[in-house]
Design a protein around this ligand. Structure first.
Ligand SMILES: NC(=O)c1ccc[n+]([C@@H]2O[C@H](COP(=O)([O-])OP(=O)(O)OC[C@H]3O[C@@H](n4cnc5c(N)ncnc54)[C@H](O)[C@@H]3O)[C@@H](O)[C@H]2O)c1
Length: 396
């Protein structure tokens, strides 16, 4: 009855594209609907618009074999049994969640939705949005099952994690849960069923838990550092053959498009009563300021050219969204003689310079992203290296 199996609205993004590849790789006919013409054109040529492990080999194969295509036309949504919505769901510059992002996407899709479809929300959403979408769909007068099945992959690892992580599947009716479960069993037999409101919070808690853990490590690092002690030696002692602390992270910039904004979504949802979340934001977002303040104690920054190694928000990635390297850059631009930035993966920033130029011109380096390329880099310059990737410790 259906021309294709699955359409992904927002399908050329960081979540939609790997998901589409994974479904197509399991024998599903997938169309990726996206409003970004450059990304649609690239995907239809079989080229990844961003880095994702394993995708560069799979995408061209699936496109040329006809399993996967991208489209700028919303009409493609009419031809499928399942529509997955995975548009971005940011907080605004006042840190308020944009509750309408998914609703606007559903509204724009509405003229093309067809009775009998399954509508799967995959974006990370503010609690209650599934219920609002259910109401919108009911107003259309169509019999469409609505499910919320949050994405929990880490960028760069999506193709592994889509099948190695359990999938959370939620819906208000047995049919919605059954159909969504059948969809995600294409990826894994490991399914966890929840009510939509439980699933909405489960996804937000997943990211916030991680954000708070990073904040804890960052604060302990600052305490150790201010008392002249080596955090890495202490962390080793705490975690060494001690399972209860084995997951203690090291210090570093906790950034990117998800952790911070999902912590802010919980704060907004709970009427700003989220002390741990708010404190974590102060600590994680404050780390670049802490670094600069400690550098100022040791160097006359006005006479110092600082090189920043790594502008992506995490190691091995080309994604600069909400990267704290840029916050560090802005702070240093005010204080330092000059700031030079480099990154082996980022291709979207015309101000970056090659690593060699940074190494030749800088007086001081800050490793801001733990790209594997920096591991054991031989440099004669003083360096601040939160991730200890240069192997010289993390004191600042
Ligand atoms: N990036 C991650 O690692 C990650 C992990 C888990 C969950 N999430 C969540 O997944 C969602 C998507 O995040 P992302 O990183 O993929 O965002 P993204 O910006 O990379 O992708 C969103 C895509 O949607 C497209 N788009 C926007 N509005 C559209 C519309 N009305 N119609 C069609 N296409 C439209 C954009 O062009 C873009 O390609 C967010 O809710 C995010 O919180 C992200």
């Amino acid at each position: 009855m259906w021309e294709r199996n699955i359409a992904i609205l927002g399908g050329c993004g960081h979540v939609g594209l790997p998901l589409g590849i994974a479904f197509a790789d399991r024998g599903q006919q997938v169309v990726l609907y996206d409003t970004n013409p450059a990304a649609v054109e690239q995907v239809n040529r079989g080229c990844m618009p961003f880095r994702e492990r394993g995708a560069e080999e799979l995408l061209p194969r699936l496109v040329s074999a006809g399993w996967l295509s991208a489209s700028l036309e919303a009409a493609c949504l009419s031809s499928v049994e399942v529509v997955v919505v995975v548009v971005g769901t940011p907080v605004d510059r006042y840190l308020n969640p944009d509750i309408g992002a998914v609703l606007r996407a559903v509204d724009s899709a509405a003229p093309h939705l067809v009775g009998g479809q399954l509508l799967v929300l995959r974006s990370t959403i503010y609690p209650g949005v599934t219920a609002l979408v259910e109401k919108r769909v009911a107003e259309l007068g169509l019999t469409i099952d609505v499910a919320f099945c949050p994405e929990r992959i880490a960028e760069g690892h999506a193709l592994d994690e889509l099948s190695s992580l359990p999938q959370i599947v939620s819906g208000r009716t047995p049919t919605a849960i059954e159909r969504a479960g059948r969809l995600f069993r294409l990826l894994t037999p490991d399914i966890v069923e929840l009510l939509p409101e439980e699933a909405e919070l489960a996804k937000l808690f997943t990211n916030t838990w991680r954000y708070i853990k990073f904040a804890t490590a960052n604060q302990l690092f600052m305490i150790a550092n201010d008392w002249g002690l080596d955090f890495e030696r202490i962390r080793h002692a705490v975690t060494y053959r001690y399972p209860r602390a084995a997951d203690m992270p090291g210090p570093g910039f906790a950034a990117g498009p998800c952790l911070f904004k999902d912590t802010m979504q919980i704060a907004a949802f709970n009427e700003n009563q989220f002390t741990l979340g708010n404190a974590s934001v102060m600590i994680n977002e404050g780390l670049p300021l802490y670094l600069v303040s400690r550098l100022e104690r040791r160097y006359d920054l006005s006479e110092t050219v600082v090189g920043i190694l790594g502008m992506a928000f995490k190691g091995g990635s080309d994604d600069t969204r909400s990267s704290l390297s840029y916050k560090l850059k802005r702070l240093l631009q005010i204080k330092a003689k000059a700031v030079l930035c480099t990154d082996p993966h980022v291709t979207t920033d015309p101000d970056l310079v090659p690593l060699q130029e940074v190494l030749e011109r800088a007086d001081l380096l800050v490793v801001a992203t733990p790209h594997p390329e920096y591991a054991r880099l031989e440099v004669g310059l003083p360096a601040v290296d939160l991730f200890n990737i240069l192997g010289r410790g993390v004191r600042v």
